[in-house]
Design a protein around this ligand. Structure first.
Ligand SMILES: C[S@@+](CC[C@H](N)C(=O)[O-])C[C@H]1O[C@@H](n2cnc3c(N)ncnc32)[C@H](O)[C@@H]1O
Length: 206
C-alpha cells in the first residue's frame, strides 16, 4: 500500500522471518528501486535475513534493538540505503508488543516518527486485549505460548494502540482487527485467534 502511494523506502522494525513474501519482494513488485532496511534483535531471524539478502542490492538487515533509535538510524546500512529527507514507511508489525515497557515502546515509535519527514507512514499491528470475552480468552492462550520464548508478548488496550497514531492521518479503514484491514487483498479469510487478537492501522505523517 505504501509503495503504491509512492513511498520508496521501508524501515522494518522487528522484521522476523517472513512467512509469505518479504517486504522487499512486495515493494519490488511496485518498483525495483525501493530500498528496505530490516531490523531485528534475534540472532536466528537476523541470520535468516542475512542468508536471503546475500548479494542483493537495495535491501539489508541490521541486528539491533529497535528501541536504540540512534544506533539504528546511525547504522551504516541505514545511512547507505535510506534518505531521511524523503518519506519512509516505518513498519512495526507484530513487534512492539515484545517491548515490555509500554512507555519505551511508545517513545520509540515517536522518535522514529520525529526522524522521518512529512509523507512518511507508520504501519502498525499490535496484540490487543479487546472487549470481547472470547477474544480475550483466545489471546491469553496465544500469549501463554510466548512465555516459553526468549521474550514474552504483552497485549495492550485499543486506546493505547490508538495513541501511537496520534497526530497521524489514519488511512482507511482506520484502526481495526487485522482481518478487517482491506480483507479484499487477502487470499482467504481465516479466523485464527491471532487475527482476532491483533489490531492494525496505517497512519500518514502530515
Ligand atoms: C512476531 S515477529 C514479527 C515479524 C514481522 N514484523 C511480521 O509482521 O510478520 C516479531 C519480531 O520482532 C523482533 N523483536 C522483538 N523485540 C525487538 C526489539 N526490541 N528490537 C528488534 N526486534 C525485536 C523479534 O525478534 C521477532 O523477530
Amino acid at each position: 500500500m505504501c509503495a503504491e502511494e509512492g513511498v520508496r523506502q521501508f524501515l522494518d522494525l522487528g522484521s522476523g522471518i517472513p512467512t509469505i513474501l518479504s517486504v522487499h519482494e512486495m515493494a519490488w513488485q511496485v518498483d525495483r528501486d525501493c530500498r528496505v532496511v530490516y531490523v531485528d534483535n534475534e540472532r536466528v531471524a537476523v541470520a535468516h535475513s542475512e542468508l536471503t539478502l546475500a548479494g542483493i542490492e537495495g535491501a539489508d538487515i541490521i541486528e539491533a534493538d529497535m528501541c536504540d533509535v540512534d544506533r539504528v538510524l546511525g547504522d551504516p546500512v541505514c545511512q547507505r540505503l535510506l534518505d531521511l529527507d524523503r518519506p519512509i514507511a516505518l513498519l512495526a508489525t507484530a513487534s512492539l508488543y515484545y517491548i515490555p515497557d509500554a512507555e519505551l515502546a511508545a517513545r520509540t515509535v515517536d522518535r522514529y516518527l520525529d526522524a522521518v519527514p512529512s509523507g512518511s507512514y507508520l504501519v502498525l499491528s499490535h496484540a490487543t486485549l479487546g472487549q470481547d470475552r472470547r477474544d480475550a480468552m483466545k489471546l491469553s492462550r496465544v500469549l501463554e505460548m510466548t512465555h516459553s520464548l526468549t521474550s514474552a508478548a504483552t497485549a495492550r488496550t485499543p486506546e493505547w494502540i490508538a495513541g501511537l497514531l496520534a497526530g497521524l492521518e489514519l488511512v482507511q479503514p482506520g484502526l481495526v482487527y487485522t482481518s478487517f484491514w482491506r480483507p479484499e487483498s487477502l487470499r482467504a479469510q481465516d479466523d485464527t485467534p491471532w487475527h482476532d487478537a491483533m489490531l492494525a492501522a496505517v497512519g500518514r505523517k502530515p
